[in-house]
Ligand binder design. Structure first.
Ligand code: SAM
Ligand code: FES
Length: 347
């Protein structure tokens, strides 16, 4: 039995099997099996999410992130409630039925403010899903957002290894709290997304293996992975970035471990390779998240250098995106794109 068949059958992977696949062994077969599994659950459909980067203020200081609080070079902005609602309206007309509100941890956006925004989006667009990606909050806050109408939450765990987590974040943050947040979100009833950067400083086969084991344990509905890309005004500005090859291998492995998972071909992957997102779709991904933020602020949400944020990345170029996805052999569908649990059980 090949290693790929073995991990598909047992929906688990050993550290040595991971190393073997990351070295490129059985690469084409791995990709083919990931595509077959994705097809069994989601057919040829690709879900789109309209990403609204509504604030780049952040109280955190993650060493890798271009909008960390100590980056004095970042030009800070926050969108008004009206601007956020306009983005949604624009997105709705373009065919989006999911909006992802992402931002730094910005205390200006109190729970009251956020709940008002969530309820307004919901009342304008009852047929749409709202995803939040606004970091670590109290359980009570998560509960309030859920009751206001948010149904999904993206919170990458970043790394499941304690020592690696401490290399990526200052002491004021903790892996334990991040994990607690993810479990609380799941208990409340959100569709939850975890994930990590590939090639982040200090990442090893062992830490990646811990990431995959954590994902198997958490069983998230979505997994966001993309390459680490250095941002020149951060402490990791001179570190090497992650590669497309490694990201694609991990996308395929995750598809085999969690067959039903929603798996985005991320902007970061599209940034380091002009056809990275198409390659992601051909490696088992089934989601793309074009940018719906107002053009004037897109460059300011600079998590990393050379982020794609105009042209075909942008939501307004949905026609180009549809063509690109079609060329990759898939079809963009205009619906909420909920998680499916079709026959294949996640272990
Ligand atoms: N504040 C929220 C949070 O912490 O989840 C959401 C915003 S945060 C900028 C979204 C994600 O961007 C992070 O989870 C991280 O994985 C990714 N990110 C940050 N800096 C990056 C970089 N230099 N390269 C690639 N991805 C990066
Ligand atoms: Fe807060 Fe990156 S440090 S969003």
């Amino acid at each position: 039995m090949s290693v790929v068949d073995d991990i598909e059958a047992k929906k688990d992977i050993t550290r040595d099997e991971l190393q073997y696949l990351l070295e490129g062994n059985e690469g084409e077969y791995l990709r083919q099996r990931a595509v077959a599994v994705r097809k069994a659950v989601y057919g040829q459909e690709v879900f789109i999410r309209g990403l609204i980067e509504f604030t780049n203020f952040c109280k955190n200081n993650c060493y890798y992130c271009g909008i960390r609080r100590d980056n004095r070079q970042a030009s800070r902005y926050r969108l008004t409630a009206e601007e956020i609602l306009d983005c949604c309206q624009n997105g709705y007309e373009l065919g989006f039925r999911t909006f992802v509100l992402q931002g730094g941890e910005d205390e200006y956006f109190t729970d009251d403010r956020l709940c008002r925004i969530i309820s307004s989006i919901k009342s304008n667009h009852p047929d749409c899903a709202i995803t939040l990606s606004i970091g670590e909050k109290d359980r009570a806050s998560y509960q309030r957002y859920f009751e206001a109408g948010a149904e999904r939450y993206l919170l990458r765990h970043e790394t499941a290894d304690e020592a690696h987590y401490r290399k990526l974040h200052p002491r004021e943050m903790s892996l334990q709290h991040r994990k607690e947040c993810l479990y609380a979100l799941k208990e409340i009833g959100y569709q939850v997304g975890a994930g990590f950067m590939t090639g982040s400083p200090g990442q090893t086969v062992d830490t990646l293996h811990e990431d995959l084991q954590f994902l198997r344990e958490l069983k998230p509905h979505m997994v966001g992975i993309g390459p680490f890309i250095p941002q020149h005004d951060t402490p990791f500005g001179n570190e090497p970035g992650g590669t497309a090859a490694m990201t694609l291998t991990l996308l395929s492995i995750i598809r085999l471990l969690l067959p039903n998972v929603l798996l985005p071909a991320t902007t970061a992957l599209g940034t380091i390779d002009p056809v990275g997102r198409e390659k992601g779709l051909r490696a088992g991904a089934n989601v793309v998240m074009p940018n719906l933020s107002p053009k004037a602020v897109r460059k300011k949400y600079a998590l990393y250098d050379a982020k794609i944020c105009t042209g075909e990345e942008a939501a307004e170029c949905i026609v180009c995106l549809k063509n690109r996805v079609k060329n990759a052999g898939y079809n963009i569908v205009c619906d909420r794109g909920d998680y499916r649990n079709r026959g294949i059980e996640n272990v």
